[in-house]
Design a protein around this ligand. Sequence first.
Ligand SMILES: *Cc1c(COP(=O)(O)O)cnc(C)c1O
Length: 246
Amino acid sequence: ARRRHTMATPYLIRPFEHGADIVVHSATKFLGGHGNSIGGLIVDGGSFQWAGDARYPMMSQPRPEYSGMVLAETFGNFGFAIACRVLGLRDLGPALSPFNAFLILNGIETLPLRMQRHSDNALTVATHLSKHEAVSWVSYPGLETDRYHALAKRYTPKGAGAVFTFGLKGGYEAGVKLVSNLQLFSHLANIGDTRSLIIHPASTTHRQLTDAQKTAAGAGPEVVRLSIGLEDPADLIDDLDAALEG
Ligand SMILES: *Cc1c(COP(=O)(O)O)cnc(C)c1O
């Protein structure tokens, strides 16, 4: 199993303990944590048996450009990590600059402090929005009423992360207005910044889709996405309340 592990980070979930073989992170989000660098990580858990598996010829068949070497046999349980370097990195050449690596490593040093605060703040804000008269629904697994709450308690007992969506009773127009009324939230397509971020997908990232396509993608006209930051949650609630009223 492969897991894309961007939202929870290793602070909230340790996927190898739940059966993942390969974990992929975007370091652009919570790992770096400050919205200042683009990067990513692939972690090979070393548990997948590639050798002899015809479904994965790049791993289990001889590689002509390496004199017939079979990566899964030569490198054993770190074969996939080597394949990423010699078949991907070497040929395509993506490389993080030293300065961006420094910023991401600096971010990772405070990951546990930040993720706990992100999650605690998100639960406070989601709880508030779930009782707000302008809000029709909130989708956040940290809420007891959420359909995924039991899974969240099992897999992310320390908190359900910082990113969630909610629906506005006022639909598309209310979404556009909320974003422009807010003072403290930044209007950005990114997630996982120290600062709280908001986006109304229907009028921005997903605007080229038809209404039916938007709804199918979870980006219907009334949907708003938040990435909750490290601010005082009372300030975030005040900002949302004033913007929803205004
Ligand atoms: C996450 C993100 C990126 C970078 O994506 P990766 O997951 O690191 O590849 C770029 N732009 C925006 C708006 C993003 O949210």
